[in-house]
Design a protein around this ligand. Structure first.
Ligand code: FAD
Ligand code: NAP
Length: 280
């Protein structure tokens, strides 16, 4: 006996992709009024280096894709892709993107690029990840990539936001990492001492306060973490924040003798903008 399945029914069972380069949202978490993260399916062919960004978006009202650059926040071994996003009031993309639900589709152009990659740095002992706001996203990927710990003995994640609530995504991510089975298997109980976390706020009281620039130039972060000052022989850094932040941190690192590198010319630090523009 053969089972007579109508062709139309079979076709209806397969998910239909309505957008170009469509990927399906699998989960969404809102961290505050202005921050959320979400996960989407990963195109089978997408290969990327942890720290890179892609263009993602939705179909605009004019029928054309409305795309923006987004750092991939998940590591390159993950089956899905994670993104960490701001909600810009009246922002063309994020005023819509913040309402996505599991099962919805987004557009994802599978062409990853970026400067925040290990290949752009010379081998070193300590790796400093320096971020404000959603500039944490590329480091959410790099912190979860075992290659980061193969390349250097210690990682220091400095993340600064205006308020403590804005630190929550990064804080939970680091806490979960310390209990991550994959990294634990690779590095054992010692792993906590390999990933140091230095979150600070600037507009709300919290255990650690102040701008990253000030905490580096005053030496406070080195004293608090019991580390020597940055040295081009041992220290490497990746910077991701607003343009003003990037410019100011770059000057601080150059003051310690570190030089800016690139994929084609690896040196001691690399920089990438977390967004383009002056303010909301
Ligand atoms: C290389 C690169 C990587 C990026 N990665 C991310 C990411 O991982 N997560 C993310 O949320 N955004 C990221 N952005 C910013 C993103 O491309 C969009 O600007 C953001 O999604 C807002 O889109 P929009 O259309 O709503 O507003 P836009 O018209 O794009 O922006 C309006 C204004 O909002 C402000 N703004 C935009 N994005 C941010 C932000 N992230 N933090 C603070 N202020 C912002 C700026 O002042 C900007 O002029 C990245 C940008 C670049 C260049
Ligand atoms: N309307 C609102 O309620 C609202 C809320 C948040 C953000 N925004 C706007 O959104 C934009 C992005 O906000 P954001 O909070 O992601 O980024 P941000 O304004 O760049 O601030 C993020 C963190 O980086 C610090 N910082 C800023 N510039 C720096 C520099 N040059 N060197 C060292 N540290 C620096 C800030 O410290 P300081 O606090 O000392 O500046 C803050 O702790 C800003 O332009 C802001 O005006 C608006």
């Amino acid at each position: 006996m053969t089972l007579d399945v109508p062709v139309a029914d079979t076709a209806a069972a397969a998910p239909t992709k309505t957008l170009p380069d469509a990927q399906t949202v699998t989960s969404v978490t809102h961290w505050s009024e202005s921050l959320f993260s979400f996960r989407v399916t990963r195109p089978a062919s997408l290969r990327f280096r942890s720290g890179e960004f892609v263009m993602i978006g939705l179909m605009g009202d004019n029928g054309k894709p409305l795309l923006r650059a987004y750092s991939i926040a998940s590591p390159n071994w993950d089956d899905e892709l994670e993104f960490y996003s701001i909600k810009v009031p009246n922002g063309p993309l994020t005023s819509k993107l913040q309402h996505i639900q599991p099962g919805d589709e987004i557009i994802l152009r599978p062409k990853p690029v970026g400067t925040l990659v290990h290949d752009a740095l010379l081998p070193g002992k300590r790796m400093w990840f320096l971020a404000t706001g959603t500039g944490l996203a590329p480091f959410a990927s790099l912190m979860r990539d075992p290659e980061t710990y193969e390349r250097c003995e210690q990682v220091i994640m400095m993340h600064t936001c205006r308020t403590a609530e804005e630190l929550t995504y990064g804080r939970e991510l680091v806490e979960n990492l310390r209990h991550d089975p994959l990294l634990g298997e690779l590095y054992g109980e010692d792993f906590a001492s390999r990933l140091l976390y230095y979150p600070t706020t600037t507009r709300e009281e919290s255990p650690f306060m102040g701008r990253i620039t000030d905490n580096l130039t005053s030496g406070k972060v080195f004293a608090d973490l019991n580390l020597p000052p940055m040295d081009p022989a041992t220290d490497r850094a990746m910077i991701c924040g607003s343009l003003a932040f990037n410019v100011d941190v770059k000057a601080v690192l150059e003051g310690f003798g570190l030089r800016e590198g690139a994929n084609s010319d690896p040196k001691e630090f690399v920089v990438e903008k977390a967004f383009v523009g002056d303010g909301i």
